[in-house]
Design a protein around this ligand. Structure first.
Ligand code: URA
Ligand code: SF4
Length: 202
């Protein structure tokens, strides 16, 4: 993939990013998705949460984290004392990757090539928001922010630094909690990681 770089606006802040995003042809994922899903939240947010990619519901709605994973995230944020309206929520990849199965569209993890191709959009959002803390939600976000050797399962809830020095808390993706067979435990662990993030932020 050529990657998103040539579609990234040089100036104009988040408005320019949101205007340019639908024109991106940096990889092949725009072709089958309904629409691109940009990050949302205050550009002055102190905390940024980075997920994987829009899901089926997000792809249809055009908004981040409004499906089942989003409802779980909302509950967990509330339990951790974090207001959704105060944080900037985005994804590593801005278009939904899926496999058609009958009438349904089944989530498919984006490839490394697609993750790399889309990373300039996340970089642009990070450069505009300049969060004091980034919460890394799951392996795909970890791959783009912390590199392919980083293991979320080994380091969840630990304070780490992104390569640019921004403090970060890696944790699992909320959809893994939605699917968990040990839901109560995994929900509490997820909330604990979010509380850690709130504490690091102070
Ligand atoms: N999963 C994500 O990673 N992001 C969303 O926006 C929705 C589900
Ligand atoms: Fe562009 Fe990212 Fe969409 Fe690929 S997934 S077309 S790089 S916005």
């Amino acid at each position: 993939y050529a990657g998103a770089r040539e579609w990234i606006p040089e100036s104009g802040g988040m408005r320019a990013v949101r205007t340019a995003l639908p024109t991106c042809r940096g990889c092949d994922l725009w072709e089958d998705a309904e629409q691109v899903v940009p990050g949302e939240g205050p550009v002055r947010a102190r905390m940024m949460l980075v997920g994987e990619q829009p899901g089926d519901v997000e792809d249809k709605a055009g908004h981040v984290f409004v499906g089942p994973a989003g409802r779980l995230l909302d509950k967990a944020l509330e339990a951790a004392g974090i207001e959704r309206k105060d944080v900037f929520l985005t994804n590593a990849v801005k278009h939904f990757r899926f496999e058609p199965r009958g009438k349904r569209r089944i989530h498919k993890t984006p490839s490394t090539g697609q993750i790399v191709a889309c990373s300039p959009w996340l970089d642009a959002e990070r450069a505009i928001v300049r969060p004091e803390l980034v919460v890394v939600l799951g392996a795909v976000a970890a791959r783009t922010l912390l590199g392919p050797d980083f293991r979320v399962t080994q380091h969840r809830g630990e304070r780490v630094d992104l390569p640019d020095g921004t403090p970060a808390i890696p944790t699992v993706h909320p959809s893994s909690v939605v699917r968990s067979r040990e839901y109560r435990r995994d929900f509490e662990l997820f909330v604990t990681d979010l509380r850690t993030a709130a504490e690091v932020l102070g």
